[in-house]
Ligand binder design. Structure first.
Ligand code: FAD
Length: 463
């Protein structure tokens, strides 16, 4: 009997292939769905057909924003190249997803489909529908856990309820079963004798038509290879001082892995196992990684929270939508340098430092009393790391209406925040060259805004 790989090369493999459906988790390293598909292919002496299906309407109302679509375009190109390096391909199709998977299965004779699951409410519903439709046609469907360390629903308090306080969640994670060890990328992926037709990535029309993405191109290199280089660079330079430097937007003190993690270009289990116990300085960083778990678990248990405050009393908060102030905020013209520098960094690079995100978000919901949902929607469109779980948690935290949130009455003074976290002014000068000359006056005076926000809180409480 010839060895499997020889039989593959000789075209002797059967045609009961498996489809590997990529949604996020755009990587070959530690990809559980890929491993399951390979195991199945080996058992049946058949091939694996990787596929990506573009169906943004199925993610509504949170279809990928402009910056995410830009990233996705680049990331798909990187994945395609990586697959070609493994004698495979990436088949690109336009949705709807269930129909497209069924059509591909019929075209290729695939009898099983594997994918890594997602946890956003619309994606959970979609995957349920896909499983149902495939089962009707007798096609085996299996979703695998590839995006998180701990499955939502497995980390619960003593009463079997979700945690709402981060520190308790963190402790429960540490006490839970250690996440599985990551598995290496395979050397080869068995290919079918004939490939199904594929669209070109450019036909998906993901790249913006306006001349806006120049800063994104300058700042980022999407894809698995650069994600892992980014992790190496961070471990070699900034991890040691992460606990002290992570709050400084004027330093390169954080990992900037957030878009890579969102798109699953790097395995969170790989990060976990590389850092756990290996570096004494790793714990503060792993805590942030577990904030990502916390936000995903919260979204799973409270799927209404991208629109609704977790704390229901905030439904009665007297927000005021003022489009002039909102535009000033989006354009970085509020007259508060730290807020404006952050908003301009966001527009130019698709990313903003966490400390500045907190200050800019707080400014919108407290100084301007604009609903947090409007800010979340702007971030959703402009962040390359836009992530429904993390964005929802970040905005509800800032607005005081979420789990383990900053109390609403604690109102950041943006100027004091600037003095503390950008003491030499390097960060604000980088983004606001006109700071010393032609810079706008504050859209609202801090003392007045603070009192108005506290009055609004009192009105919500009926005082
Ligand atoms: P690092 O400090 O290097 O942290 C490593 C990783 O841990 C991050 O890549 C991220 O995956 C995770 N992480 C860090 N901080 C948080 C946090 N507070 N909550 C959840 N996960 C965290 N993060 C997103 O990934 N997508 C978003 O859409 C998003 N929106 C936000 C909105 C607001 C208003 C706020 C206040 C925060 C938001 N965050 C979001 C969280 C955080 O700002 C970013 O994850 C972080 O700045 C990314 O930079 P980094 O990769 O260098 O982080």
């Amino acid at each position: 009997m010839r060895h499997y790989s020889e039989r593959m090369e000789a075209g002797l493999v059967s045609d009961a292939h498996s489809l590997l459906w990529f949604s996020l988790d755009l990587r070959l390293d530690d990809n559980p769905a890929l491993h399951r598909a390979l195991a199945e292919a080996k058992r049946g002496e058949s091939a694996v057909i990787p596929v990506f299906i573009w169906a943004p309407e199925e993610e509504a109302p949170w279809q990928p924003g402009a910056a995410s679509r830009w990233w996705l375009h680049q990331s798909l190109k990187a994945l395609q190249a990586a697959l070609e390096g493994h004698s495979s391909r990436l088949i690109i199709r336009r949705g709807p997803t269930a129909e497209t998977l069924l059509a591909l299965a019929a075209e290729s004779g695939a009898k099983s489909i594997f994918w890594n699951r997602r946890y956003e409410p619309a994606m959970i519903a979609r995957e349920g529908e896909v499983k149902r439709r495939l089962a009707e046609r007798g096609i085996a469907a299996e979703s695998c856990p590839g995006n998180l360390l701990f499955e939502p629903g497995t980390i619960l308090n003593a009463n079997g309820k979700p945690f709402q306080v981060f520190t308790a969640f963190w402790r429960a994670c540490l006490a839970a079963a250690t996440p599985a060890q990551p598995s290496a990328a395979p050397e080869r992926i068995p290919a079918p004798a004939t490939w199904p037709q594929s669209a070109a990535i450019s036909e998906l029309d993901l790249e913006p038509r306006i001349d806006w993405a120049g800063g994104l191109h300058e700042t980022w290199k999407p894809g698995e290879r650069s994600a892992s280089a980014q992790l190496r660079a961070f471990l070699g330079s900034a991890l040691e001082s992460y606990s002290t430097d992570r709050d400084r937007p004027d330093y390169r003190g954080t990992s900037r892995l957030s878009p890579h993690l969102h798109f699953g270009e790097i395995s969170v289990r790989r990060i976990w196992h590389e850092l756990c116990g290996a570096h004494p300085a790793a714990e503060p960083y792993l805590r942030q990684i577990v904030w990502r778990e916390f936000s995903n678990h919260l979204l799973f248990h409270y799927p209404q929270t991208p629109q609704e405050p977790l704390r229901p009393e905030f439904r009665a908060f007297p927000w005021r939508m003022d489009s002039g102030s909102f535009d000033a905020w989006t354009q970085g013209r509020t007259g508060y340098p730290l807020v404006d520098a952050g908003m301009r960094e966001l527009w130019h690079t698709g990313w903003m430092h966490n400390r500045v995100r907190m200050v800019a978000a707080s400014f919108l919901v407290k100084h301007l009393l604009i609903p947090w949902q409007a800010g979340a929607a702007w971030f959703w469109d402009t962040l390359v790391d836009a992530d429904l779980a993390n964005n929802t948690l970040g905005w509800q935290w800032s607005a005081g209406c979420g789990a383990d949130a900053a109390p609403y009455f604690r109102i950041f003074n943006p100027e004091l925040q600037r003095q503390r976290f950008d003491p030499d002014g390097d960060y604000v000068r980088r983004w606001i060259p006109e700071l010393e000359s032609d810079y706008p006056r504050p859209v609202v005076e801090h003392g007045f805004a603070r009192k108005r926000a506290l009055d609004a809180l009192a009105a919500m409480r009926g005082q």
